[in-house]
Design a protein around this ligand. Sequence first.
Ligand code: GUN
Length: 280
Amino acid sequence: MAVIIDGKKISADIKDELKDKVEQLKLQGIEITLAVIQVGNDPASSVYVGNKKKACEYIGINSLSYELPDTTTQEELLSLVRDLNANEKVNGILVQLPLPKHMNEDFIVNTIDPKKDVDGFHPQNVGALSIGHKGFVSCTPAGVIQLLKRSKIDLSGKECVIVGRSNIVGKPMAFLMLRENATVTICHSRTKDLKEVTKRADILIVAIGKPKFITKDYVKEGAVVVDVGIHRDAYNKICGDVDFDDVFNNVSAITPVPGGVGPMTIAMLMNNCVESIDNQ
Ligand code: GUN
C-alpha cells in the first residue's frame, strides 16, 4: 500500500516551527520584512501573491505589497527594486513571475540584491548552490527535499531521476539531490526512450508541465514519486504531471496534487525569509 506524502501537514509543521522562531527573534528586537511586487493582474499570480502574504501574516513576517499596473515601465520596476535593495528594513524581495511581455525577467531578477533574493533565482544564488556554497535555494526544489526528509525517505546512494530541466525546478533539484548523495539523472524533451530512464528511478521527480503524463509504464515497482505539476483536467479537477490513480498501486510513496509539493513552496519561501536575517 503506497504512502501518500502529506505536503499540507509537513508545510503546516514547518510554518509552525518558523512562527516560533520569528517570535523568538521579535523578543530580541529583530523584525523580518518581505517586499512582494506584482505587476499586472494575472489571476493565478494574484492567488499566489495572496497566499504568500497570508503565510507572512501567520508566521509574523511583515509584508510590504507593491501592486503595479501592467503599464509600468521596466525602468520604473528597476527603480523600485533598487530602492528596496537599499532599504535596510527590507530583508527579502520577491517579484512575482511572469512579468508583462515588455519586461526582461532575467534583467529584473539579476537586479535584486542576492542577499534579499528569497526566491533563490539570482545567478549568484544558483551558482552558489551548484558548488555547495551557502545561498538562497529555489523554494519548490527545497520543498521537495523537505518532503522526502520529513517522510524519512533516505536519499543517499539512491537513483534519482528528474523529468524536466527548468532553471527553477529541474536544475536546482539535481544539485540538491547531489548534495544528498543521490545518483542523479535529468531527463528532458530530447531524452531518448524516457520510459527506460524513468524506470531506473528509486526516486522519480516529475516537473514537465504535462497533465497525467507519467503512467505506471514509466515507474519502477516500489519507487517514490514526487509530482511537481499542477493542472486542471478535462473535468476541471486539479491534477499533476503524474497519473496518480494509474501509478498508485505500483509505488511505495507518492505526493498528491493538490496537497503535495504545492504547499511546500510557500513554506520554503517563509524559511528563506527567516534565513535572510543571517545575510544582513
Ligand atoms: N511564479 C510562479 N512561481 C513563482 C515563484 O516561486 N516565485 C516567483 N517570484 N514567481 C513565481
